[in-house]
Design a protein around this ligand. Structure first.
Ligand SMILES: [Zn+2]
Length: 122
């Protein structure tokens, strides 16, 4: 089996599966948080196997330290500071800081690098 060469349709299916897993994790979290964590693990495995990025929508929905699924208001705290989104995982205490790029900066970056195209956040 060849590695690293997968048809586009296969990557698309893999990405869809990641989305579905996170949606299921979100739904199950209230009653079965341990299942949610399992879904996150499965989604991460798919991303790794197919060498694809986590969808922007879900990237901040799990803890990189303890791999827990994070649900704002349940097991994580989301804070907006000046130019950052701070997410604190209440499972392990890890803090994730995501720089918040304002539109001006974003436009400037788009001029510089046309290569990476990430989906817009919610
Ligand atoms: Zn954590």
């Amino acid at each position: 089996m060849r590695r690293g060469r997968r048809p586009k349709w296969m990557l698309k299916i893999a990405e869809e599966r990641i989305n579905i897993l996170f949606e299921m994790a979100d739904e199950e979290f209230a009653q079965h948080p341990e299942r949610s964590n399992r879904y996150v693990q499965m989604a991460r495995n798919i991303a790794k196997k197919y060498n694809i990025k986590m969808p922007a929508l879900w990237k901040r929905r799990f803890c990189k330290e303890c791999k827990s699924f994070l649900k704002p208001g349940e097991n994580c705290r989301v804070r907006l500071s000046n130019s950052c989104v701070t997410i604190r995982c209440l499972e392990c205490g890890n803090t994730i800081i995501i720089p918040y790029v304002n539109e001006q900066k974003y436009r400037r970056r788009m001029k510089i690098e046309h290569t990476s195209q990430e989906g817009t956040d919610e």
